[in-house]
Design a protein. Structure first.
Length: 274
C-alpha cells in the first residue's frame, strides 16, 4: 500500500491537518489559563503517568467526572495538547480529567493499557478529594484514545465504574494497522492484535456507549464503528452510532472543545448520563 492510498494516514486526507493541530494547541494553552486546574497529578511513578484536572468555576460537592484520553495512534501528542476539551466538560458541570500516557514505540501497548487503567483507578480512589463523585464517571477518547477508553469498561474491569463512554473516530480492530504506514512507526505485533483489539473483548453491559465518526472520515473508521457497535449491542450494552456532519478525523475532535458544536453536544449528552 502506498502512503497516498493509506486510508489510516490522516494527514493525506485532511487538507488542513497542521492548521487544526495548531488551533487545538492554542486553544489548550488558553484553557490552561482560563479554567481552574490542578496540573500534573501523578497516578503512577513514571513521569508520563499524570493527569490534569480542570474544575468547573461553580464548584460544588459531588460533581460528575469525565475522563478524556487523547489520540495520535499511540505515538504522538500529550494531555497538554488536549486541555481544550475541558471547556465543554467543565461547562457541563463536570470535573475534566485529561489523561497522559507513555508513547509507542518506546513502550508497547500493554504498558499504555495498564497506564490508562491505573489512571481510572486513581480517579475512583482520589477524585472525591477534589469534589468529584466516583459514582458518576464517564469517559471519552479520540482515535487511539477511543481504543484505550474501551479498556476502562471491558471484562477485566467489571463492574467498571464507567457509566457512559463517547468513542470518537476509534480503532477497534488493530489488524488492518499492520499493513498501514504505522507498520514502520510502531510495528503492532500479532500478539498485540490478539490481546488489544476491543472487537474481540467483552465489555461491561452497564456502560452506555456512543460511537461517533466524522461523516467525511475515510471508510475504515466508519466500518470499524459499525462493527464495534454491533459487537457491543450483542453483548447487551446500550450502544448508539452517529456521524458528525461535515466532520473529518481532526475537525471532529477539535469541535469537542467548542461548546455549541455538534461534537460538544454529544459530549454533553454523555456527561448527562452519569
Amino acid at each position: 500500500m502506498t502512503l497516498a492510498a493509506d486510508l489510516f494516514r490522516i494527514r493525506d486526507h485532511v487538507a488542513d491537518f497542521d492548521d487544526i493541530v495548531k488551533d487545538i494547541k492554542a486553544r489548550s494553552e488558553a484553557t490552561r489559563t482560563d479554567i481552574p486546574m490542578v496540573a500534573d497529578i501523578a497516578y503512577g511513578a513514571d513521569p508520563t503517568e499524570t493527569v490534569d484536572l480542570f474544575i468547573p468555576r461553580h464548584r460544588r460537592a459531588g460533581m460528575p467526572v469525565h475522563m478524556f484520553i487523547h489520540g495520535g495512534y499511540w505515538r504522538m501528542f500529550s494531555k497538554r495538547d488536549y486541555s481544550y476539551v475541558a471547556d465543554t466538560i467543565t461547562g457541563a458541570g463536570a470535573i475534566a480529567v485529561i489523561v497522559d500516557y507513555a508513547l509507542m514505540p518506546v513502550v508497547r501497548m500493554v504498558t499504555i493499557v495498564d497506564q490508562v487503567r491505573r489512571a481510572k483507578q486513581w480517579v475512583l480512589e482520589r477524585i472525591a478529594e477534589h469534589g468529584g463523585d466516583p459514582e458518576r464517571i464517564s469517559v471519552s477518547g479520540h482515535s487511539a484514545g477511543a481504543h484505550l477508553s474501551t479498556f476502562l469498561f471491558n471484562e477485566t474491569e467489571r463492574p467498571s465504574g464507567i457509566k457512559a463512554a463517547l468513542l470518537l473516530g476509534g480503532i477497534y480492530d488493530l489488524k488492518p494497522l499492520q499493513s498501514s504506514f504505522l507498520r514502520t512507526e510502531i510495528g503492532i505485533t500479532d500478539k498485540e492484535v490478539d490481546e488489544f483489539s476491543p472487537m474481540t473483548r467483552r465489555h461491561d453491559p452497564s456502560t452506555s456507549a456512543m460511537l461517533l465518526v466524522g461523516a467525511d472520515e475515510t471508510p475504515p473508521f466508519h466500518q470499524q464503528a459499525d462493527a464495534f457497535m454491533a459487537a457491543l449491542s450483542r453483548q447487551g450494552l446500550p450502544a448508539t452510532r452517529s456521524s458528525i456532519a461535515a466532520g473529518n478525523h481532526m475537525s471532529s475532535v477539535r469541535d469537542l472543545g467548542i461548546p455549541g458544536s455538534e461534537a460538544a453536544a454529544w459530549l454533553d449528552k454523555v456527561i448527562a448520563r452519569t
